[in-house]
Design a protein around this ligand. Structure first.
Ligand code: ADP
Length: 170
């Protein structure tokens, strides 16, 4: 299944996939990092749709249209803030990936692109986050044959190294 997992070094807002995933916050009303970049490119209609959603719990996900993005949809998920690892962070981060893939199945999405959720401002260690991401993606690819490709966006070399290491482990 790993042949369907592709590492890409780019800005996620340039990708013409069925859905890009946004590392959002609980309000879903925009923020910094990848969230800010996505809202800037998508335009104000994205914020308007997000305002109708009533926020999102950590570990869950919500889907919107992509508006001015090349991607058809945005799946907004809220990763955990790293607090040392004993506050349910691994389960919550795995929940993000599961919630995104549940929406992918419901909306019959075939191509998805993920940023490294929680590893920016939220401080999750990159190697541990990459291991969880790869584990959940492998499970989802095995369970949903309609998924054609999952892109993992490496916005910096450390993120790429973490994914490469995680992919070497079975
Ligand atoms: P979080 O609050 O979940 O940590 P961040 O947006 O701060 O979210 O960071 C998540 C990841 O997204 C980090 O690896 C960061 O380098 C990356 N990132 C930031 N901007 C972009 C972008 N435009 N495209 C793809 N990845 C990005």
């Amino acid at each position: 299944m790993d042949e369907k997992i592709v590492l890409v070094d780019t800005d996620i807002t340039t990708l013409a996939v069925d859905a890009i995933v946004n590392a959002a916050n609980n309000s879903l009303l925009g923020g910094g990092g990848v969230d800010g970049a996505i809202h800037r490119v998508a335009g104000p209609q994205l914020l308007a749709e997000c305002q109708t959603l009533g926020g999102c719990p950590t570990g869950a996900a919500r889907i919107t249209k992509g508006y001015n993005l090349p991607a058809r949809h945005v799946i907004h998920t809220v990763g955990p803030v790293w607090q040392g690892g004993n506050h349910g962070e691994p389960q919550l981060l795995a929940g993000c990936y599961r919630s995104c893939f549940a929406l992918a199945r419901k909306y019959r999405l075939r191509t998805l692109a993920f940023p490294a959720i929680s590893t920016g401002v939220y401080g999750y260690p990159k190697e541990e986050a990459a291991r969880i991401a790869v584990h959940e993606i492998r499970q989802a690819l095995a369970a949903n044959p309609e998924l054609a490709e999952v892109l993992l966006v490496c916005f910096n070399p450390a993120t790429r190294a973490a994914y490469e290491q995680a992919l070497r482990q079975s």
